[in-house]
Write a protein that binds this ligand. Structure first.
Ligand code: HH2
Length: 264
């Protein structure tokens, strides 16, 4: 059964749930609720990577993330830190984070050494371009083989740097059109077939809104739950090992039903 990663965005501007928490305590309460609802791990992020998002200065990201990681880790909650900055990863690991989730797949030259020194698992995600530019005009010759080749190459680089537990993630919505996202989902078996455990993040993403409402009038974020569950179920059927989701309770129930069917 895939693990369930609950999303905790301590940002003012995340695409679907930014600006929810006025304090670290409120964020911690939300994380504890997600644990009760069945999250195995809480993914704490202090910088939105939505299309067009500005980079957050390191001090500000540290201020958002570290107190929350510390509070959760001290309560025994497994935490991953969603960051592309080695300095933030380092501080979060020192505060008790157990996993690094890097949407740039070790883009920061210091990141591999920080993760290796702490001996933690690392999620390597594919993105074309940067959040600022990625949705302008994403182009691939063959999106599935290019994403696969990139992830395997970064995984080998991570291993060579001393990271022993590597996860890969196709980066749904990161420099991809609706069709690119759909092709990656349709051929997710290619990623699963690499042998690296695959994490899938489709929760509330724009391609789901575009399928529901059309390219010109995508369904709003709060109308993407059914599509999210459908895409996650597809991924689980293909063999993904972790699902990253905002709506933990319903995702938990869906994962459990599919797992029960798979083991019957
Ligand atoms: N998606 C988002 C952020 N981090 N990490 C991984 N590994 N995979 C993903 O698909 C992924 C991710 C975007 O979602 P969210 O955190 O809800 O939004 P924002 O970046 O606006 O905070």
């Amino acid at each position: 059964m895939p693990a369930l990663m609950g999303i905790l965005n301590v940002t003012p501007d995340s695409f679907s749930d930014g600006g929810q928490f006025g304090s670290a305590e409120a964020a911690v309460d939300a994380a504890l609720r997600m644990r009760e609802e069945g999250a195995d791990l809480i993914d704490v992020g202090g910088e939105s990577t939505r299309p067009g998002a500005e980079e957050v200065p390191v001090d500000e990201e540290l201020r958002r993330v570290v107190p929350v990681v510390e509070a959760l880790a001290s309560r025994g909650v497994p935490v991953s830190v969603d960051t592309r900055k080695a300095a933030v990863a380092k501080a979060a690991l020192e505060a008790g984070a157990a996993v690094v989730n890097d949407v740039t797949a070790l883009g920061d030259p210091e990141m591999a050494a920080v993760c290796a020194a702490h001996g933690v698992p690392v999620v390597l995600m594919h993105m074309q371009g940067t959040p600022q530019t990625m949705q302008r005009n994403p182009e691939y010759h063959d999106v599935v083989s290019e994403v696969c080749a990139f992830l395997v190459e970064r995984a080998h680089l991570a291993e060579a740097a001393g990271i022993h537990r590597v996860w890969i993630d196709p980066g749904i919505g990161f420099g991809k059109t609706t069709q690119h996202n759909l092709r990656l989902l349709r051929h997710l078996d290619a990623l699963v077939g690499t042998g690296y455990p695959v994490l899938l993040g489709v929760s509330r993403k724009a391609f789901i809104g575009r399928i529901a409402g059309g390219e010109a009038t995508p369904a709003p974020v709060h109308e993407r739950l059914e599509g999210t569950l459908a895409a996650q179920a597809w991924g689980q059927g293909v063999g993904v090992r972790m699902i990253r989701a905002h709506d933990v309770l319903v995702t938990r129930r869906a994962i459990d039903v599919i797992a029960a069917i798979q083991s019957a």
